[in-house]
Ligand binder design. Structure first.
Ligand SMILES: Nc1ncnc2c1ncn2[C@@H]1O[C@H](COP(=O)(O)OP(=O)(O)OP(=O)(O)O)[C@@H](O)[C@H]1O
Length: 473
């Protein structure tokens, strides 16, 4: 449990408790909970008002929180919470960065209002495009979620863009995706999946194919740009873009690539002195960059800040007016997850796609002939035969080449995406309809068995494969 930067009240810690109990929260305090590994927790608001990551919880109604969830119930004005069931840990904290986060929201809200009031064909009609950056386990997804829920509560329809292929907040890992957020995000159900725009990368780290990752980020950005041009409401509401925790070397390059590709106007740097200082450095070459002071203490960004990532970003972005790099404090409640826990979390996320967050969906098992499906992977193989190259040149693997994959038992336990492409050569630039999971490959009968979220024929015969695996259990 990470307690850093948080004033934890040890007397209030009731870790592992199983009885029905009440917790009184003072104003601006939060109750941090990790639910048990195998049992849900019931929780309700008895008095006052409270929210879970930006979404208000209704009074009196019992919420059933699934196992393994780490979250906080925060109150602005005071509340009493009742819990029924076991937890791994629960404790109250009276020091949180929530004031600085809501201040960011207020600034973004002002910008949305200004965008809305501008003529729809003007540059100023674009609302804030916020990129949330920071190392792994700095609370990026959580802050993104809060900013989106607070905006939706006020009637905006911000677009959530998730570039974090390692975990996946919108859909399964291995994808870059975007979806409009029209209502505060449900603490249990998560982000509604009605209208996501999903591009399948197929790996959980971009280093598997950096060029392919960049192509997909660009495709997603271009698609959103088109959508925004015909939708003044979405345009004014802007975007919140969640990024990966990989912030060094190529990871840092990819951050800059995302900032440029999405024409970001606000960069929120979470809990990373080095990253913040790097970004600031980059920005300082751009005139007229405003560094906005958004927090009373702790996370205040000052022009003299020495933190590396922030300053690097500022340096890079310094020739760009209207780009703000803001350093924010990481919440002491953010829970660190090691590689094994992350891998497990990926598995749960894929399970959730097929079975639902509360196990309320019934996926279908289908059997088809090998000839009914055309499977491709992106990248690999020589770009051109040696004979076609200038003398002395070595054939290089083309990272964005489409390679046909023959069906064999290597596909077992892989998760494949169903492309919306009409022709194979459109696959790399097409978004996907959904995913299937290969459960059997019968080489003798030339039949493949897969799990799909719904019955019937797949929306397309073109499938994309990467290295994303899942063992159903
Ligand atoms: N205030 C809090 N109290 C309790 N748990 C929290 C709090 N804030 C975040 N968490 C939990 O900590 C975990 C990590 O947070 P989050 O996913 O936001 O980090 P991240 O920086 O996006 O991680 P990643 O490394 O995957 O990019 C999540 O399970 C989240 O629910």
């Amino acid at each position: 449990m990470a307690y850093g930067g948080t004033n934890v009240n040890p007397l209030a810690a009731t870790g592992g408790s199983t009885t029905v109990r009440q917790v009184k929260l003072d104003k601006e305090c939060e109750l941090r909970i990790e639910t048990s590994l195998d049992l849900p927790l019931r929780l309700r608001l008895l008095t006052g008002t409270a929210e879970i990551f930006g979404t208000e919880i209704p009074p009196e109604i019992w919420l059933t929180i699934p196992p393994r969830l780490k979250f906080a119930v925060f109150t602005w004005y005071g509340a009493t919470i009742e819990m029924d069931g076991p937890t791994e840990t629960d404790y109250t904290a009276d020091e949180t960065p929530m004031i600085s986060y809501i201040n960011v929201h207020a600034v973004l809200d002002g910008r949305r209002n200004r965008a809305k009031a501008s003529p729809s064909d003007s540059d100023t009609s674009q609302g804030p495009r916020v990129v949330v950056v920071g190392p792994t386990d700095s609370g990026k997804s959580t802050l993104s979620r809060m900013l989106l829920s607070w905006a939706a509560k006020q009637g905006w329809k911000p677009t959530f863009v998730d570039l974090d292929i390692g975990q996946g907040s919108i859909t399964i890992p291995g994808c870059v995706a975007a979806t409009p957020i029209e209502l505060p995000i449900d603490p249990v159900e998560g982000i509604p999946l009605e209208m996501p725009m999903v591009y399948f990368f197929g790996h959980v780290t971009p280093s598997a194919n950096i060029d392919h990752y960049k192509v997909l980020v660009k495709e997603l950005a271009q698609t959103l740009e088109k959508q925004f041009s015909g939708n003044a409401e979405s345009r004014a509401s802007g975007m919140v873009i969640n990024t990966m925790g990989w912030i060094e070397g190529v990871g840092y390059e990819l951050l800059l690539h995302a900032i440029d590709t999405f024409s970001a106007t606000v960069i929120l740097v979470l809990g990373q002195e080095k990253l913040c200082s790097m970004l600031k450095d980059v920005l300082k070459k751009r005139p007229n960059v405003d560094v906005v002071k958004l927090q009373k203490s702790g996370g205040v960004v000052s022009r003299n800040a020495k933190e590396k990532l922030c300053s690097m970003l500022k340096d890079v972005l310094k020739n760009r007016p209207n780009v703000d790099v803001v350093k924010l404090q990481k919440s002491g409640g953010v829970v660190s997850r090691n590689a094994k826990v992350r891998q497990k979390a990926r598995g749960y996320r894929i399970r959730e796609y097929f079975y639902g967050p509360s196990n309320d969906l019934s996926p279908h098992s289908n059997v088809v002939n090998f000839g009914d499906l055309f499977i491709y992977r992106i990248g690999g193989g020589p770009q051109a035969p040696r004979s076609a190259l200038p003398i002395g040149a070595e054939p290089a693997a083309d990272p964005t080449r489409l390679v046909s994959v023959s069906i064999n038992r290597d596909l077992l336990h892989l998760v494949l995406a169903v492309s919306y492409a009409n022709e194979p050569d459109q696959i790399i630039s097409s978004n996907v309809a959904g995913f299937i999971y290969v459960t059997d490959v019968d080489m003798h009968r030339k039949k493949i068995t897969y799990l799909a979220p719904c019955a019937g024929e797949l929306p397309s015969k073109y499938l994309i494969v990467g290295t994303l695996t899942w063992i159903e259990n």
